[in-house]
Design a protein around this ligand. Structure first.
Ligand SMILES: NC(=O)c1ccc[n+]([C@@H]2O[C@H](COP(=O)([O-])OP(=O)(O)OC[C@H]3O[C@@H](n4cnc5c(N)ncnc54)[C@H](OP(=O)(O)O)[C@@H]3O)[C@@H](O)[C@H]2O)c1
Length: 301
């Protein structure tokens, strides 16, 4: 694996079309910049188009030849995901890169439009439905990649608890809910890659995490802000594992890419490991079936 792989190492993405979710700020915006610097055409999938106009302006200021546009997507609403997919199908023939980056992070107990616990609904079911609805466009492209964003927080939970995904019987803790959604991202990525290969497609599903990245410097209490300023890496650095997963040669479907430094908190992209729970194929298959039934989106069966 390349040492110190950075934005200038992204292979040319000219002629490629990418969808980046949660692209208005944080790591999503850095991913847009990285792909724009390599010549991709990027659709920023965002819930706030006014914020997107400002975000696009910052990308174009930095990369004047950037091809960037925004389309509306709220992953807390399956109807919005379906509308996004319908518009996408009208406008584009294929999709080379889908970066599932959008995430609810440590929110108070709340529900999506469809009544799902927010982290599970936005982070897992939203990405699941979007991927399923765009799959025909991804498999129409040669060697397309899907990047699913996880976190070291997946290590903090004992199980995804398929019998209580909506926290109806378990006391709600934001970190537990977030951690489970990030465990779901790894289970989904592995199952997706297995099913893509079984179906004979050359599309790869690759998981990635950004370590500890300073995307919301003003969030949290004093201690949290001090820790972030000391330990976290800049957002542009944190976006490298997702960019590597999306574009670097030598990446295999099912790989998990994160920062290669101490405790995977910071550093350049490297292949990293995950917990045994994230590798459980029985749980992954059950999660897939449950996700199909909850979202009404079925694919690769
Ligand atoms: N930063 C870290 O240290 C860290 C660590 C581990 C993993 N991660 C993961 O990396 C990814 C990006 O993190 P970040 O730090 O850049 O997060 P962030 O700054 O909080 O940004 C989250 C993004 O997700 C979007 N989003 C939230 N709810 C959404 C919804 N219902 N529909 C569509 N988009 C929605 C937000 O849109 P708005 O702009 O409209 O709010 C925003 O663009 C996430 O998957 C996160 O779990 C981050």
């Amino acid at each position: 694996m390349a040492r110190k792989w950075a934005i200038q190492d992204i292979p040319s993405q000219k002629g490629k079309l990418a969808v980046v979710t949660g692209a208005n700020r944080g790591l999503g915006l850095e991913i847009v910049k990285g792909l724009a610097s390599a010549g991709a055409h990027i659709v920023m999938a965002v819930r706030d188009r006014a914020k997107a106009a400002a975000a696009i302006a910052t990308v174009v200021r930095e990369f004047p030849s950037a091809e960037v546009e925004a389309m509306t997507l709220d992953q807390a609403d399956i109807a919005s995901i379906r509308s996004f997919s319908e518009e996408f199908h009208k406008r584009f023939n294929h999709l080379d890169l889908l970066i599932n980056n959008a995430s609810a992070i440590l929110v108070h107990q709340s529900k999506t439009q469809d009544g799902f616990e927010k982290h599970f609904g936005v982070n897992h079911l939203g990405s699941f439905a979007l991927t399923g609805l765009l799959l025909d466009k991804l498999t129409s492209a040669k060697g397309a990649r899907i990047v699913n964003t996880s976190s070291t927080a997946h290590r903090l939970v004992k199980s995804i608890d398929l019998d209580d995904l909506q926290f109806q019987h378990t006391a709600y803790k934001p970190m537990e809910a977030y951690g489970r959604s990030k465990l779901a991202a790894l289970l989904f990525n592995a199952e997706l890659d297995r099913r893509l290969r079984k179906a004979g497609f050359d599309t790869k599903a690759v998981a990635a995490h950004p370590g500890y990245s300073n995307t919301n410097p003003d969030k949290g209490g004093v201690l949290m802000r001090v820790a972030t300023s000391i330990f976290a890496q800049p957002a542009a650095m944190g976006a490298l594992p997702q960019l590597y997963a999306a574009t670097a040669p030598g990446v295999s479907g099912g790989d998990y890419i994160g920062p290669g430094g101490i405790a995977e908190m910071r550093g350049y992209p490297a292949k990293v490991g995950c917990t045994l729970q994230a590798k459980d194929q029985t749980v992954a298959a059950r999660l897939w079936a449950i996700s199909e039934s909850l979202t009404g989106v079925s694919f690769l069966d």
